[in-house]
Write a protein that binds this ligand. Structure first.
Ligand code: HEC
Length: 112
């Protein structure tokens, strides 16, 4: 029985971490230290693009696995790939929203 609970907990935890974090007011506040005037709405837009357009070729990449500098380099490359091979357009505004989402949420996970 104990073993079952442990396994169930592990399964539950790992399925949670695969889901994208929903931005909260405190994320927006923390993120606005880097991105002036950042709002939850903007973070949600970034999440949406990340969720829909950035998963066409691979799963969700972890926000915590790359630094802001790396994300700034990776996102435009990915946007170009998306257009070239899937005809999916990720506009400069959307790229910025994704950047803000991953950088802000990446810090969220590090603190927890
Ligand atoms: C047209 C297909 C395609 C789309 C769309 C796409 N990617 Fe990728 N991405 C790849 C491929 C191929 C790789 C290299 C193999 C891998 O790591 O899965 C990659 C790798 C990555 C990596 C790892 C980079 C590294 O240096 O290790 C990250 C992070 C990433 N993508 C993020 C994104 C984000 C964010 C978006 C949306 C803006 C996106 N991808 C959209 C194809 C795509």
């Amino acid at each position: 029985m104990k073993k079952f609970i442990v396994i169930a907990a592990v399964v539950l935890l790992s399925s949670c971490s695969a889901k994208l974090l929903l931005p909260t007011q405190s994320d927006a506040e923390r993120g606005s230290a880097m991105f002036k005037g950042l709002t939850i709405d903007e973070l949600n837009k970034g999440k949406d693009v990340f969720d829909k357009k950035c998963t066409q070729c691979h799963g969700h990449k972890r926000p915590t696995s790359w630094t802001e500098i790396q994300w700034r380099r990776i996102i435009p490359v990915m946007a170009e790939k998306a257009y070239k091979s899937k005809k999916v357009q990720i506009s400069p505004t959307e790229q910025e929203q994704v950047l803000r989402y991953v950088v802000t949420m990446g810090q969220h996970s590090k603190k927890n």
